[in-house]
Structure formats: C-alpha cells, structure tokens
Write a new protein. Structure first.
Length: 543
C-alpha cells in the first residue's frame, strides 16, 4: 500500500519544500491536533468577548475597515458585513494566477491560522484544508494588491469561493467553472463567515509569499545552470582558470556567494585540457588566435563575483520567506490566554500584513538576477564575435561558404530579454502610493515586485539557455580542431557535453535549421533543472 504523503501544519515548521510538495506533487494537508485545539478555544473566547464587551472596539471585527475604522458594526450586521467585505474587495484585474500559486496562498494562510492568534472558526479553517486536499482552487487575478493591508484583492477572491458568491470561479480537476459547481463536484459546502473572519482571510502577504516560493526554487536552478553554461563558455574560448582559484576566492576572504560559485566552476572544469596553456597556444582559429592568456574579460573571470551576488540574494529571500510563512500576518491579533481591558481578550492592531519584509529582498533578487542575465549575455556575445572568442567560427556558423548564418540572431533574442530585465528590475519597494484616505499611507508594492520578478526569471532562463546552446555549439564546432590530448573538457563539463551531444536535446549542427526548436530545448533544460542532475555532486550548494 502506498504511503500517504502528508504535510502537517502547526504554524511554526512549514518549509519551502513542504509548500512545493503540496502545490505540485500532490501531498495532502492536515492540521496538527494542538493547532486545532488552539483555534477552537480561541474562537470561543473571541465570541464571548464580543457578546460581553461589544463596547470595546476591535478593528475589522465590530468596526469597519480602512478609513472607516471608527464606524461600529452592530451585532445584527456582523455576518452580513463579512459578505459585503468580500464583495467589495473583489476587484482584481490582469492575468489569472497559476493554480499552484493559489494553492500556496491558501496553504500559507491556513498555516498562519494554525498559530491560534487570528480568532478564526474551525470550520473556516477546515474548508481551506478540504479545498486543498480535494483540489478545488479559486480563480484569482494577479492585479489589485499594493502589498500592504494584506494582499487584499487576490485573497478576497479566495474568500468569494469559500462563501459561495455567484460571481466566484474555481478550478476542479483542472477545469475552470463556477465556484458553486466546483464545490458540488468536490462535495464541499460553502461557509458562513463570522466576526473578523473576512478580515482574517484577506490580511496577509500570501500572494507575495506564494510567488516568492517558486521564485526561490527557479532562481536556484538558474544560478546552478549558469555555473554550467559559464564553465562551458570558458572552455569554448579556452579560457584562463586562475580567476576561479582558491587564492582569488577563499584565501582572500571573499564573500560566501563568490566562494561558492568559484568552487562550482572550479569543480566543473577540473582536469580540463581545453583551458590549458598548450590549448591556448594552439592556433586552431588562424593567425594570432593562439597565445597564453594573461586574463579574460570581466564576463568570464568575474563570474564568481556577479553570480555570487545572486547566490546571496536567494539566501536572503529564502530566510525571510521561511520566517514569513510561519508567521501570524493578519490584523488584529489575539492572545487568548491573556486578559485584556475590562476582563476581555487581549488583542492588538498592527501591521504584520505589510509586505515590506518580502518586498525588499524580492527587489534584491530582481537586481541580481538581472545582473546575471547581463553578464550571461556578454559571454554569449563574446562566443559569437570571432574577434573576442579566440578562434571560434564567426557567429558559430557551421560553413559560411554554404551561406550558413549560425547563431547570430539567437543573441538578439537574448539581448531583448536582458534589456527588459533592466526595466523590470527597478525596485518596486520604494514606489509607495497612499491608499484608504491616507490611513494606509505607505505600502510595500511587493505584489508588483514579485510579478516583475516572475518575468525576470522567465527572461533569465532564456538568457542562460541561449548561452548554454552557444557554448555547446562552440565546443562542437571546434572539438576536432584541437589535438586529441587537448580536447578533454573538465570533470563536469565533459559529462554535460557528452550527454547533450549524443542526446536528442541539442544535436550537433550540420547546417542552419529552424533555430527556435533547439533554443526551446535548451531553455527547458534550465527551467526544469534536468541539466543540474548531470553534475549535482559538483554544484550542490551546502548552505
């Protein structure tokens, strides 16, 4: 019998790996028993507080929201207020959020409730749990949040499904349909929200965090793939190895990221004859194409420094994200084992929903990914220019006498993506605009930043895929132009070269072909991380 793969939510121990397992690999979810007890006990105490002390104002609970915070919600209107709140927050625009990202939003929201500080009802939490396990995923649009007060608009679209609004839509078994129909098919029942619950569902940076989870995973794949493509480019130009030595990196007390990337490239090219002094002196590219290399241009020898900055940006976002996904992020929060004013429950209003903690490292990651894409494009440019490539065929064309044009325009496609990244990497976290009549006068814009990050990741996957294809082609076209004793590549790059050359992924070029076909195959290797598996023992990070 197959073992059920389960992730248990307790509000404190959720990991990025857990999240991806639920979102993409079909793991089911359960609430820890202790979390259930805290949720049930807390809700009971909150309802007692509202009955016995209705005069005590609690934001979003017996008072309205935003600039309307001082207006009382009478007891007879509390339930209808929840519905109205969800309705007026449903004003999203833009493209649909991918199903797996919405699942992460729901999972992180539920884990926040598991801390027992939000005052939610158990049956509301159970519905979120059941929706995850029965694969009912709300249709959510990506525009509308300003990254503070919670990701209000996208989270309210989840709430609209839960309360069964006619306008709400959801996916069930990958088919988009009215939410009510999805619930019927999954044997679920809509929920009636009680006091504070509409606010609780929407107050949190879960939209930002959900996209950031996948960004961390994808950025790590890009970074490791870029170590491979940079190492292969270095060998294509018979480059100088000493820039990656321990003397330059470890012995000089440099940054952790630089040391890690230098180590990866050093391991990948270990034993390379192609980067030896003898290979550099070989004039296989014609007159003046040989000679010992003193040092290579920045895009090659400074790869550890530039790629290393991305390594550290990923690490920063991962640490921030790990804290965020195990936090209580809504407002207000309650401490149900303490006594507040007039003998009621202790509570406080604050700003844990504010996305600035995520927005800043997201911008950092955007900038460092853009830098990696730019330096990658510079190496690609060098491989195609025979004045810079130390003897590689111009534009990596197989035979210009037969009118072959090679890979020249492939670099154009990458340059366009590199240029767009320059625009998208403008920090969103310093672009605040005021909302709610200045009650919410400084917002994070992390929601915009993370959408830009998603596009930057897409662009950078293309850039690294293009370098990989150009480096491979450069090695293929010149492999037999070196004496046999000088052809051998490094420990890792030889393994990659052999696999890619013999497989159907990237066959050797005999003449010009429809270039997009091979381009997409190369990019897919970067996206999927399959290339990393070939040399994971050499480039696996130990952080």
């Amino acid at each position: 019998m197959a073992t059920i793969k389960m992730v248990t939510l307790d509000g404190s121990t959720l990991t990025i790996e857990d999240i991806i397992n639920v979102a993409e690999k079909g793991f089911t979810v359960e609430l820890a028993e202790e979390a259930r007890k805290k949720i049930i006990a807390g809700r009971r105490k909150l309802e007692k507080q509202l009955r016995e002390h209705p005069e005590i104002p609690i934001y979003g609970t017996n008072r309205l929201h935003g600039d309307l915070k001082n207006i009382e919600v009478q007891n007879r209107l509390v339930n209808s207020y929840q519905v109205k709140y969800i309705k007026v927050h449903n004003c999203g625009t833009g493209n649909p959020v991918p199903v797996e990202v919405v699942r992460v939003m729901m999972l992180i929201r539920l884990n926040s409730f598991a801390k027992g500080l939000s005052g939610m009802k158990m049956d509301t939490c159970q519905l979120l749990l059941d929706m995850l396990n029965r694969k009912v995923t709300p249709w959510v649009l990506e525009e509308g949040s300003v990254g503070a007060s919670g990701d209000l608009v996208p989270l309210a679209m989840i709430g609209a499904v839960m309360i069964g609004l006619d306008e709400a839509q959801a996916y069930f078994e990958n088919e988009l349909m009215p939410a009510k129909k999805a619930f019927r098919k999954a044997h679920l029942k809509k929920i009636k929200l009680g006091a504070k619950e509409a606010m609780g569902l929407t107050n949190g940076s879960n939209f930002i965090a959900a996209f950031a989870v996948f960004a961390v995973r994808d950025a790590e794949r890009i970074l490791r793939s870029a170590s491979i493509s940079a190492a292969m480019s270095l060998e294509a130009i018979r480059g100088e190895q000493r820039a990656f030595s321990e003397l330059i990196n470890e012995d000089s007390n440099r940054h952790e990221g630089q040391i890690e990337i230098a180590k990866q490239i050093r391991k990948l090219i270990y034993g390379s004859k192609r980067c030896s002094k003898k290979a550099q002196e070989h004039k296989f590219g014609g007159k003046n194409k040989g000679g010992e290399r003193v040092q290579d241009r920045y895009s090659f020898r400074c790869a550890p420094q530039v790629h290393g900055a991305l390594y550290e940006a990923i690490d920063k976002l991962k640490k921030t994200l790990s804290k965020e996904i195990n936090s209580a992020t809504d407002n207000p929060l309650f401490k149900f084992d303490k006594t507040g004013q007039d003998g009621g429950v202790l509570f406080a209003s604050g700003g844990n929903f504010h996305g600035q903690a995520l927005a800043a490292p997201i911008d950092y990651l955007k900038i460092t990914l853009t830098s990696l894409g730019l330096i990658t494009d510079k190496r690609t440019f060098s491989l195609l220019d025979n004045r810079l490539s130390f003897g590689l065929p111009a534009d990596l064309a197989n035979d210009t006498s037969k009118a072959d044009g090679g890979l020249m325009v492939l670099q154009y496609a990458g340059a366009a993506r590199a240029a767009e990244n320059r625009v998208l990497s403008t920090p969103a976290s310093v672009m605040s605009v005021s909302t709610a009549a200045n009650q919410e006068d400084y917002v994070s814009m992390g929601s915009i930043g993370v959408i830009h990050l998603r596009k930057i990741i897409y662009n950078t996957q293309i850039l690294v895929g293009i370098e990989l294809l150009c480096a491979l082609r450069g090695l293929q076209l010149t492999y037999n132009k070196l004496p046999k004793g000088l052809r051998e590549l490094g420990k890792g790059t030889q393994k990659v070269y052999n696999e890619l050359s013999k497989s159907t992924h990237l066959p050797p070029e005999k003449e010009d072909r429809f270039l997009r076909t091979e381009m997409i195959k190369s990019i897919e290797l970067v996206k999927s991380g399959r290339l990393i598996e070939l040399v994971k023992d050499l480039i696996q990070s130990h952080r």
